[in-house]
Design a protein around this ligand. Sequence first.
Ligand code: PLP
Length: 379
Amino acid sequence: MSSFAERNAHFDRLFATRGLFWLGQNTNHLPMHPTVRKALTDAIDAEEFHAYAPPGGFTALLDGIVADLGLPHGTTAALVTDGAVAALATVCRAYCRPQTNFVTTDPGWKWPTQFARQAGAEVREIPIYDPAAAYRLTPQQLSEAIDRDTSIVYLIDPNNPLGVCYTREEIQAFCDVARSVNAYFLHDCTYRDFADEHTLAARFYPERAITIYSFSKWLGLAGLRIGAVVTNHQIIEELAAYSTATLGASVLAQRAAQAGLAVKSEWMPAVQRVQRRNQTAIKQAVDKIPGLTVPIYPSQGNFVIVECAELGLRPEALAAVFAQRGIMIRQGSYHTPRFGSRFVKISTTVPTEWVDAFCRQLPDAIEAARGLKEIPEQY
Ligand SMILES: Cc1ncc(COP(=O)(O)O)c(C=O)c1O
């Protein structure tokens, strides 16, 4: 089987695993809000999906996204995409080309670096897995990595997988660095709703900041595929020419997203309570095992990383043992070949019973992982 076919078969098997505990993809598995359910069933009952949606998204949804970010309506525009990942692909297609470079952090999220490379750009990854620097990018590191050929600075904030979130001062400083070479500042805010505080780069660099928005994590619509790119009107005009969703994104997904925005103020505090409670449970379980640590706590995302390097344990082995037990967690190498042997990642927007099962089984799973002879391929 080709490696892509194997990867596909792997995720197909996960989907077919009844009662799987999804703790590996930062997806949100909490029962959906009744208003969102009603919006979906209403759209199905009305058979709205026979028609294509507007190419850039329903206006009410676009307005809702801009309002949710708190950006000025007059100067801000949005484009709805098939998830944040399609928004990232669109930006990379539009602005990366040979002789340009794309600057980001390691660890980070691998797909945008792939999009940038495919468009011909050189990818520069700045290592930030460093407890001495609190696992954060510094403005100085950024300014040393960029040059006149930098087309995009891509910052995931809060960072996936680390869970660090940048301060207002840091964001302002990063924007100044990007501005010094006229680079786009691609601010991936997929996890912003899980942070205690979050500052949008668009506030400081409206002329070239591009905000990436997702409905997968806070609202739990990962499988419906809906996200957006938000920036000024001129950039949206340019990006629209590169969007692959020329015939519009899913009508059903957009209706669910609109409904989610309408109940967000009620929905998010409840989600946040559960996911922070889950983070605490994981931290407590990990703290009981010498050699295992949660280096960034609380995480500002809906996940935590657990360091297992000191135990001499391969993350892949631990993930494989949990997989045998119907619990999916993520090996660090998904995010970073360089630091991936140090950690696993556990998602927290899930029912408390899932996290409690993980915590209960952790000591025994570590022993089983030590004895594991063959580790299947992980994706
Ligand atoms: C940093 C980051 N950006 C974007 C995405 C993709 O989001 P979406 O499901 O909206 O495509 C993810 C998904 O894990 C992510 O971690």
